[in-house]
Design a protein around this ligand. Structure first.
Ligand SMILES: NC(=O)c1ccc[n+]([C@@H]2O[C@H](COP(=O)([O-])OP(=O)(O)OC[C@H]3O[C@@H](n4cnc5c(N)ncnc54)[C@H](O)[C@@H]3O)[C@@H](O)[C@H]2O)c1
Length: 309
């Protein structure tokens, strides 16, 4: 299989190198709006570089890792070329635009996987297995934590969509995936306790979300943008018969914490693109997580509990 990677910034560079290490991948072709960056990266990583318009004619599958604002146009082009695609999250900041893009890709039958790598992380796999094994009894309570070690680059903040769409979105994907039950109601609060850049963009750098799942399970999710000892990613489940906890503070950032998960996600994408498995993270699931984030945005703005969807 030959795989194209569109965008070789932080995550795209990681993905391209990881793909090059997968046995079933014969060739990786990278492209970037900044051609010099693509060329330099290709030399360093031992892959090939091409112009963004050339890539699609040279590969069997594509990873979209450009900034979010470029995703929809790329998805359309990749779908028109009939190629399966792994698109980094989020598909688009505007949920209506994301819905249209998913419908467009699906109508062309090319296949879409969205980049929620926690589905491949041992902490969340173990939590899901515990729920499925029934060892917790009836799950009644969930607690999720996602706290970055340091704030993102200030230029990223206005493009991120805010803490619910950028950071909590991973919780809103993984909690229904682990429990098998969708989130139906949220109450979101937030605070500014660190870098002023978040306040300037009507964003917060600490947040807490109280949520309810469709079966009555109650949950809390905490996110934050600054925790110097490291990246704090955790999940706790409690049920009538037991509790399950996983994760904790690790040194480094998301690329180190989720190194193995990203690699497993890419290996799964190769299997998906080869037709061996169904999409491990379909567009509908990404849209569902996005709907929860949107409900949080409304909840914080209006100071009330909001039904999802
Ligand atoms: N799943 C995760 O955990 C995770 C983590 C980080 C980023 N992301 C997502 O990945 C995407 C990229 O984030 P990043 O942090 O790597 O961004 P980045 O800014 O580091 O890199 C983006 C790259 O894309 C290039 N680019 C811009 N427009 C382009 C275009 N039209 N065609 C080709 N290349 C183009 C830029 O020159 C840059 O090299 C975002 O959507 C982000 O939300 C996901």
């Amino acid at each position: 299989m030959r795989v194209g990677v569109l965008g070789v910034g932080r995550i795209g560079a990681f993905h391209a190198r990881a793909l090059a290490g997968i046995e079933a991948v014969e060739q990786v072709v990278v492209a970037d709006a900044d051609r010099a960056r693509a060329d330099e990266f290709a030399v360093r990583a031992g892959v090939e570089a091409a112009g963004p318009d050339e890539v699609l004619g040279r590969v069997d599958a594509v990873v979209v890792a450009a900034p979010t604002a470029a995703h929809v146009e790329m998805l359309r082009r990749v779908a028109d070329a009939g190629l399966p695609v792994l698109c980094e999250k989020p598909i688009a900041l505007d949920p209506a635009v994301a819905r249209e893009a998913v419908a467009y890709v699906e109508a062309r039958g090319a296949g879409l996987q969205v980049g929620f790598q926690r589905r491949f992380d041992p902490v969340y796999l173990a939590a899901r297995a515990a729920v499925r094994a029934g060892s917790l009894g009836t799950v009644t309570r969930v607690h999720a934590v996602s706290v970055d070690p340091r704030p993102p680059h200030p230029e990223f903040v206005p493009t991120s969509g805010g803490i619910y769409r950028d950071s909590h979105i991973h919780d809103f994907d993984i909690v229904p995936w682990v429990t098998g039950v969708p989130i139906v109601e949220v109450t979101a609060i937030g605070a500014n306790r660190g870098a002023e850049v978040f306040r300037e963009h009507d964003d917060v750098d600490v947040s807490a979300v109280l949520f309810r799942l469709a079966d009555g399970t109650l949950g809390t999710a905490h996110a934050g943008r600054q925790h110097e000892p490291g990246y704090d990613v955790r999940l706790e489940l409690a049920g009538t018969a037991g509790t399950h906890t996983g994760g904790g503070v690790t040194e480094g950032d998301f690329l180190t914490r989720f190194d193995a998960a990203y690699r497993a996600e890419l290996a799964a994408f190769v299997d998906f693109a080869s037709g061996r498995i169904a999409s491990p993270c379909p567009g509908a699931d990404a849209l569902a997580a996005q709907a929860v984030a949107e409900a949080c945005v409304v909840s914080r703005r209006e100071g009330r509990t909001v039904r999802v969807g």
